[in-house]
Design a protein around this ligand. Structure first.
Ligand code: NZQ
Ligand code: ZN
Length: 380
């Protein structure tokens, strides 16, 4: 196991009715950041405003899935014009990520995009509060925000300890209204975060690997239940807590390698505006098959410990069966799209340029430009 420093300053309030903790926010002028309106339709907006009655609330609605730098800039302007003291995101990863970068850019002299391109420029941020409405990215409990400039075709993660949320409200009932498609995409995203941590070359991180297997089993158990029965509390609660734990460092610290599948997916989102979790669902099994021959033991361990495949079988057989089961889960049980064509990508013309940006070194298995082009092709 590698050395590591583990730091999480985020206070989590988990469970039904925990939105009451918003009343603990001490700052007066607050920027409320949210998406296309789901929080108004399902009542979370009203519930939040009730808790914030003594505060001055300014609003930035309309954060797009795959949030854009232009929206961040709008939020920064509102902060600077109104002496905003804290930013509150209500939504999924997109609203949270947008709020995080607004919070950092509001106290920065230059343009917000500078912070995306050079994370070291983030020296402080306004306090960030979160009400989570979708189990997926784990942004509610990590120090990352992902922002896109569609003109430049760049989608990039901002990493800084200054953008950890101060407090996150995780009420599983707030995810009851998620469309099936988003529940599936969110589950696929959590699964991918877990895989990116689980498939590592670092030896001796036994505990992290068993934690990861626990998360994977939980996703496999509860993902389909949430799809069939959207108001099943235990399913929503377990998915929500998996979301945070897949990316809050618990699985990664001490076992860290570079994440390749996310790098490849971010190119799909940057160029084609693909839904993040769906892009991951398409690429993950293709990536597994592509690297299988180099990593038979690891995939066999995954098959035995997560899918309960008979350990007496030949390792390659177990590994292949595990990948087949992963596909069945993603495509048949969750209903995620299976190919790039299904999400509107019909030709190879951008694959080379995308692959050049997604080259992945220092990973479980390093991927060159040629490797990535081939993975995109097989996913088509
Ligand atoms: O915009 P609204 O109207 O709120 O609708 C959203 C949106 O259309 C809807 N939704 C969310 N909660 C709902 C709901 N609809 C009904 N009921 C609810 N309770 O779902 C749609 C997707 O929302 P979004 O926030 O875009 O989804 P997600 O949480 O998957 O976030 C995706 C973004 O996060 C980034 C992705 O790349 C992508 O840009 N990521 C962030 C990470 C991080 N900060 O650590 C890591 C991830 O790997 C990922 O890259
Ligand atoms: Zn992700």
């Amino acid at each position: 196991m590698n050395n590591f420093t583990y730091y999480i300053p985020t206070r989590i309030h988990f469970g039904k009715g925990m939105i009451s903790h918003l009343s603990e926010i001490t700052q007066k002028n607050i920027l409320l950041v949210y998406g296309g309106g789901s929080i108004k339709r399902n009542g979370i907006y009203d519930a939040a405003l009730k808790e914030l009655s003594g505060h001055e609330i300014f609003e930035l609605p309309g954060v797009e899935p795959n949030p854009r730098i232009e929206t961040v800039r709008k939020g920064v302007q509102i902060c600077q014009d109104n002496q905003i003291e804290a930013v509150l995101a209500i939504g999924g990863g997109s609203s949270i990520d947008c709020a995080k970068v607004i919070a950092a850019a509001a106290v920065y002299e230059g343009d917000a995009w500078d912070l995306v391109m050079d994370n070291d420029k983030i020296q402080s941020a306004l306090p960030i509060y979160v009400v989570l409405t979708m189990a997926a990215t784990g942004s509610e409990m990590d120090n990352v925000g992902v922002i896109s400039d569609m003109d430049l075709q760049i989608k990039k993660g901002v990493h800084s300890d200054h953008i950890f949320p101060t407090m996150s409200i995780l009420d599983p009932t707030y995810t009851y209204t998620l469309p099936k498609r988003q529940t599936a995409a969110g589950t696929a995203d959590i699964m991918s975060h877990t895989f990116e941590n689980y498939f590592t070359n670092v030896e001796g991180a036994y505990l992290q690997a068993r934690f990861a297997e626990g998360l994977l089993k939980t996703l496999i158990h509860y993902g389909p239940i949430a799809i069939k029965d959207p108001t099943n509390y235990d399913a929503r609660a377990n998915l929500m807590w998996c979301s945070s734990n897949a990316i809050n460092g618990l699985l990664k610290k001490g076992a860290e390698v570079k994440w390749c599948v996310h790098g490849m997916e971010h190119q799909l989102s940057a160029v084609y505006d693909v839904t993040h979790g769906e892009g991951l669902a398409i690429l993950t099994p293709v990536w597994m098959e592509y690297i299988l021959d180099q990593k038979v033991d690891a995939f066999a361990t995954y098959g035995i410990n997560v899918w309960n495949i008979d350990a007496k079988k030949d390792k390659r057989t177990i590994a292949k069966e595990a990948i087949e089961k992963t596909k069945h889960f993603l495509f048949n049980e969750l209903g995620c799209p299976r190919t790039l064509r299904e999400v509107g990508i019909t030709d190879e013309k951008n694959f080379k340029a995308m692959a050049e940006k997604a080259v992945c070194k220092g990973s479980f298995v390093d991927l060159s430009v040629e490797d990535i082009i081939e993975i995109y092709r097989r996913a088509l």
